[in-house]
Ligand binder design. Structure first.
Ligand SMILES: Nc1nc2c(c(=O)[nH]1)N[C@H]1C(S)=C(S)[C@@H](COP(=O)(O)O)O[C@H]1N2
Ligand SMILES: [Mo]
Length: 380
């Protein structure tokens, strides 16, 4: 059966595992929300196992893909250690002609694809509902580092469902996880057949334990909660399926929302600088990235200290559903500045000034003003 083991001396229960996220989280590269961190504006010890990537030039400049060791982690339970030799993905349910059980070797033997896509938490940017609009929402106060772009390798869900002779009447697929969270998150069949994959590779390597080894879903363009890690079961039904993961959590409520599950992400932007970065006064090239759930980036505009919007120079690659890097030249007088950034994708979706609020603080796509402090260079 499914076996999680405490390999590498890292046990898998919170009591025994002070780390509970397996990979190193050096403070210069991550905000570790498991610890009270007085250097943060929002010190928090939240119930999850969450680590935010820091946006800064030293860790995210030259490479298009987010290095796996810098990729954010968001888990509801400690990272489990699953033995690939005994792992099995069960595909079952009334909408299938036959049930399947795929071992790790079976999965690796099926037709595969590699896709370069963003993976982004539903709550990325949540802190700005409070900071920019005075609407505080519960949950991890992510700034903009709960996102990364990776090359994901795996088997299209379509290939697996075809092998199980899925019936045309199928509607929903419940994806079940093997970690302590026991996630059960339904995915509509149309999205499953469109572009979802069962991924076993990330940036050319097997998945790391924190990111779902041996296999996870990747559901491109959708809030990352759909991309269930440590996948153990796919249950396919003719009925709409429900669990707390699409009725209580990860739903849009309040302010006129109807309680439906979070699906598609929104356009966002970030600077490749620390929050409140200090940079030399004078001519500067500011670099940043903008991303869209489905499209490429058509335009990025920046405005310094309330001046007019001017266009940033977008660089290649600019892959749909991933991100585009860009640069913008500014002349900074010594002192504090604010650089506002607004991206528009090739579908015409733009970052609004007033993003719609929802009670749980998901899908913050609003324009953010990035604080920068320009300082005199010390004479040499
Ligand atoms: N099994 C399982 N899958 C999961 C989660 C989890 O806690 N358990 N968290 C989800 C959420 S909310 C996010 S944002 C992403 C984070 O993926 P990452 O840790 O690989 O960056 O995984 C999703 N899949
Ligand atoms: Mo998330």
């Amino acid at each position: 059966m499914y076996k999680t083991t405490g390999e590498a001396g890292i046990p898998d229960t919170p009591e025994e595992a002070p780390r509970s996220i397996a990979k190193p989280l050096p403070p210069e590269r991550f905000i570790d929300y498991r610890a009270e961190d007085p250097s943060q504006n929002h010190p928090v010890k939240d119930p999850g196992y969450n680590a935010e990537m820091r946006w800064r030039a030293t860790t995210s400049s030259a490479e298009y893909l987010t290095p796996t060791e810098n990729f954010f982690v968001r888990s509801h339970a400690p990272t489990p250690f699953i033995d690939a030799a005994t792992w099995e993905l069960k595909i079952e349910g009334p909408s299938l002609g036959k049930s399947l059980g795929l071992g790790y070797g079976d999965l690796l033997g099926l037709p595969s694809v590699s896709i370069t896509k963003a993976l982004e938490c539903a709550g990325n940017g949540r802190v700005f509902f409070d900071e920019n609009h005075g609407r505080e929402a519960p949950g991890t106060p992510w700034r903009l580092g709960a996102v990364g772009v990776a090359e994901w390798t795996g088997v299209p869900l379509r290939e697996i469902l075809e092998r199980a002779n899925m019936k045309p009447s199928a509607r929903d697929i419940m994806a079940g996880s093997l970690d302590g969270a026991g996630m059960r998150r339904p995915l509509p069949v149309e999205k499953a057949l469109d572009d979802a994959i069962v991924a076993y590779g990330m940036n050319g390597e097997p998945l790391m334990p924190d990111h779902g080894f041996p296999a996870r879903l990747i559901v491109p363009g959708w809030a990352a909660v759909a991309s269930v890690k440590w996948l153990g079961r796919l249950f396919v039904s003719d009925e709409r399926l429900f669990s707390p993961w699409n009725t209580e959590q990860y739903v849009l409520t309040g302010d006129g929302h109807d309680g439906s599950p979070v699906t598609r992400q929104v356009v966002k932007s970030a600077l490749e600088l620390a929050w409140n970065a200090e940079i030399p006064a004078g001519e500067n090239t500011i670099r940043g990235r903008s991303w869209s759930p489905t499209a490429s980036i058509a335009r990025v505009e920046c405005a310094l200290d309330g001046e007019e919007w001017r266009e940033a120079a977008i660089e290649a690659p600019n892959l749909p559903g991933a991100w585009a890097t860009w640069s913008f030249s500014v002349n900074l007088s010594p002192g504090g500045h604010t650089l506002r950034v607004r991206a528009t994708d090739t579908d015409g979706d733009t970052q609004p000034e007033e993003p719609p609020f929802n009670d749980l603080g998901y899908l913050y796509g609003g324009v953010v003003g990035f604080p920068i402090r320009a300082i005199h260079e010390s004479p040499h």
